[in-house]
Design a protein around this ligand. Structure first.
Ligand code: ADP
Ligand code: ZN
Ligand code: ZN
Length: 787
């Protein structure tokens, strides 16, 4: 990190922080507390044989626990970042040494000793730094932050070492040997041939999959014809020099050439760029070529993609292009595979690391560039526990490593857009699709007073027929899974509501039942209305299942693929459906936003958005931004290959000014308007926010705690003269969920440092408050949704 940097220009948050020790402890251990706004980076350690170790253990408690070192000391002495096994209450847990000191606020003799040290060398300092920063920025317990940032097996105390496999290769003698010499050892001769065909060697598992056994391998080895090497499971170490590419890069068009040239100008040192390019404009090709130059210099690239963006397709694109190890960190890895990938990244053996949100915590030996694809995507923000934003942490991380970062999106978040427009980020544009077709325009279709079938009005159905007749595929986007949003009684107007939430139950047909999408409660379908006894119960509204049913009646000969969380529960179901779709035969795709992002669907010529209104009139202040992004992303699915596309957006509000602006002038124009509205309303990105959520089975208890916290914060703010608004307490938009009442307190400040001071005060106050033990509370810095 450059020594001149004392604060992060990106977040305005001081990067240097200090611990404050607090004198009290329920358990007889000592603890220190991190306080935002203070100065000082990493913990200092005067000696490598300290008398006290401050250890972060996996608890929600925001403090360190003091222990006495055990004997013998680790080889290189005690250092922050060593994993240790420690007694904690009645359990033994794996913690991480954070501070090495000679003093404690407690009698040294009263401290328990460390059980065992698990590592020979500490976890990487950069990784520790990022966890420290994350814990302080998001006001989260350091112990839990470190815990979450580690692969499961390391949390459990497994050693950090690569699992290995054998790779067999012919020796020089083997390369020149005549198979006939092997005489009657026919299988050995065949094995010799197999190895001869693969000069780079064949791994043991592949050899046994071909029906060879160890005796045959040993036979060749004993004759000096073949030899084996151990290599990590994630592949051989990168060979210096040589061709990095397995297939040639594409020849860039003029726009792409300009963008790449700009990025190449600043490959050294921190620099943030926002690449705004319409879907299909070749952003990924830019990433690939940028990464190529970075790994050519012997450095590593970290690529973050949204949760549903890490498709086998994306991975294939990287693996086909590069001859180097590409490790992927995603949810379907086993714990062992995840540890392998982590180790490959940490040791530098994997030049390319691709992953979803949590991959931002992957340590890198030689970081060279970070790419965040679809940077606006909501899945980068963790919505529970440690509520971090991977994009924001990626920027902080790039700054810390002093390397470039590239954010890419067709529809950048307002946060990133304002930084690019104000010159904090370099703003790069790709306006044309690689296929030369302009992206499809949104056409608004008036839903008012029109009959619908499966949610579709007659002009939409006609357009679908025409598109199918023209040999195209059609995507019907509907943001409700299930059969219908709810069940209604036509006798009395009763609606199926969840008994535990302020929400309607969704009607499902496969299998038939009512499900609450907020608490997962399931109920049998009632035969009669619970209020009036009428049997006239009917589905209200349209979900994906109903749309699928209607469409299969309307177009009986056309295959239909439904893609939503229910239909893709089975592993590979999504990829299987998409493989069918990519074959290009006319078909109908009915899906939720799972379909809107990331997937290339080159044969889609028509997109129908069944209802655009839900997002337009939601109470959340980001709802318009998100629905604008979603509409543009869905529209981006149409006409990606040689066919131009059409996008029909059904709405009850065809005159809505935001929707019209988006349809007529595009995302940039909508974004400008939304930014101006946010500025006037004092909302992010112009002001910074923190949201405190309180929940309890007793509404009064949640409200009382929130009120007391607010009162004490307000008087503290007055004393300090800090410019922070404290709004609330107010009931959450959905007040009752899972039979618990949710109450919010909102902080807002023009300066990030003020917001953090106020948040730290509140967290501190709540941790000390005795009422807070009965009410669950959490803090969300930079909340993405107010629900
Ligand atoms: P984005 O990431 O912006 O959606 P991609 O990089 O996936 O765009 O490019 C969209 C399609 O265009 C891909 O099929 C890609 O192979 C192709 N493509 C991108 N750049 C070029 C180029 N310079 N020449 C030819 N085809 C290209
Ligand atoms: Zn009724
Ligand atoms: Zn519910």
């Amino acid at each position: 990190m450059p020594s001149t940097v004392h604060g992060c220009e990106i977040t305005g948050f001081p990067l240097r922080l200090r611990y404050r020790t607090i004198h009290n402890s329920p358990r007889g251990a000592h603890y220190s507390r991190a306080t935002a706004g203070d100065q000082l980076p990493l913990p200092t350690y005067a000696t490598s044989s300290p008398r006290v170790l401050g250890v972060a253990v996996p608890t929600p408690l925001r403090k360190l626990f003091d222990y006495r070192p055990c004997h013998p000391a680790p080889r290189e002495g005690w250092q922050p970042g060593l994993r240790v096994r420690v007694p904690f209450g009645r359990r033994e847990v794996v913690g991480i040494v954070v501070e090495c000191r000679d003093t404690s606020d407690f009698e040294l003799s009263a401290l328990k000793p460390i059980g065992a040290c698990l590592d020979n060398e500490p976890l990487p300092a950069d990784w520790l730094w990022l966890c420290h920063f994350t814990a302080r920025y998001y006001q989260h317990a350091l112990g839990d932050t470190l815990h979450q940032a580690l692969p499961v097996l390391l949390r459990q105390g497994r050693p950090l070492e690569a699992r290995t496999r054998e790779r067999w290769q012919l020796t020089e003698a083997g390369q020149n040997a005549d198979a006939a010499l092997l005489g009657r050892a026919r299988r050995q001769a065949e094995l010799l041939e197999l190895l001869r065909q693969h000069p780079r060697g064949v791994v043991g598992s592949v050899i046994s999959a071909q029906g060879f056994n160890r005796t045959q391998l040993k036979g060749l080895a004993d004759k000096g014809l073949a030899a084996c090497q151990e290599e990590p499971l994630t592949g051989p170490p990168p060979s210096p020099g040589g061709n990095l590419l397995a297939e040639p890069a594409l020849v860039l068009n003029r726009e792409q050439t300009g963008v790449l040239a700009e990025l190449h100008q600043r490959l050294d040192g921190y620099h943030a760029s926002l690449l705004q390019g319409v879907t299909g404009s070749g952003k990924t090709e830019i990433y690939l070529q940028l990464i190529e130059s970075v790994i050519a210099k012997g450095r590593q690239a970290l690529i973050l993609v949204p949760e549903i963006g890490l498709t086998p397709q994306t991975l294939t694109r990287f693996r086909q292009r590069f001859r180097v190890t590409v490790v992927a960190l995603h949810s379907s890895l086993t714990d062992a595979e995840r540890l392998d990938a982590w180790e490959a990244a940490r040791s530098g053996r994997a030049p390319i690391v691709i992953g979803t949100r949590s991959a931002v915590f992957t340590p890198l030996a030689k970081p060279g560039v970070i790419v965040v694809d679809e940077e606006h995507d909501n899945s980068f923000k963790q919505q529970e526990g440690l509520r971090y934003h991977a994009r924001d942490l990626a920027i902080v991380r790039a700054h810390h490593h002093d390397i470039p970062i590239l954010l890419g999106s067709a529809t950048p978040s307002l946060e990133s857009l304002i930084k690019a427009r104000s010159g904090h980020y370099r703003h790069l544009h790709l306006t044309r699709r690689a296929s030369h077709h302009a992206p499809a325009r949104l056409e608004l279709a008036d839903l008012r007073g029109r009959p619908t079938q499966g949610g579709l009005i007659p002009p939409s159905i006609d357009a679908i027929s025409a598109a199918l007749a023209g040999g195209g595929q059609v995507l019907i986007f509907i943001n409700r899974r299930g059969f219908a949003p709810t069940l209604a009684c036509h006798g009395c107007g009763w609606l199926a509501e969840c008994r535990h939430c302020d929400a309607r139950m969704t009607l499902h047909r496969q299998p038939s039942c009512l499900i609450c999408h907020h608490c997962e409660r399931q109920e049998r379908l009632p035969e009669l209305c619970a209020d009036c006894g009428s049997a006239d119960l009917r589905p209200l509204g349209t979900g994906t299942e109903r749309s699928e049913e209607t469409l299969s009646a309307l177009f009986p000969k056309t295959p239909i693929y439904r893609i939503d969380r229910d239909s893709t529960r089975r592993k590979d179901a999504l990829e299987h459906a998409l493989t069918e779709v990519r074959r290009g035969e006319p078909c109908l795709l009915v899906g939720t936003q799972m379909l809107a992002k990331g997937h290339h669907l080159p044969h889609v010529t028509l997109v129908v958005v069944v209802n655009a209104d839900a997002g337009l009139y939601a109470s959340d202040f980001r709802a318009l931004e998100h629905s604008g992004q979603l509409l543009v992303q869905v529209a981006g699915r149409a006409g990606r290959a040689e066919r131009p596309g059409r996008v029909l957006v059904q709405t009850l509000h065809p005159d809505d000014p935001h929707l019209r602006l988006l349809a007529e002038s595009g995302y940039d124009a909508l974004a400008s308007t939304l930014l101006e509205e946010r500025r006037l309303a004092g909302l992010p990105p112009y002001r910074h926010m923190a949201l405190l959520r309180f929940e309890s089975p007793q509404e009064a208890e949640a409200t009382a705690l929130a009120s007391a916290a607010a009162t004490s914060l307000r008087s503290w703010l007055d004393q300090r003269g800090l410019d922070v608004y404290c709004l609330g307490p107010a009931p959450a938009p959905m007040e009752r969920r899972q039979n618990r009442y949710h109450v919010h307190l909102m902080l807002s400040a023009a300066k990030r440092s003020a917001l953090h001071e106020a948040s730290a005060f509140l967290v501190d106050w709540l941790e000390r408050s005795s009422e807070a033990r009965r009410v669950r509370w959490s803090i969300d810095i930079d909340p993405q949704t107010l629900s």
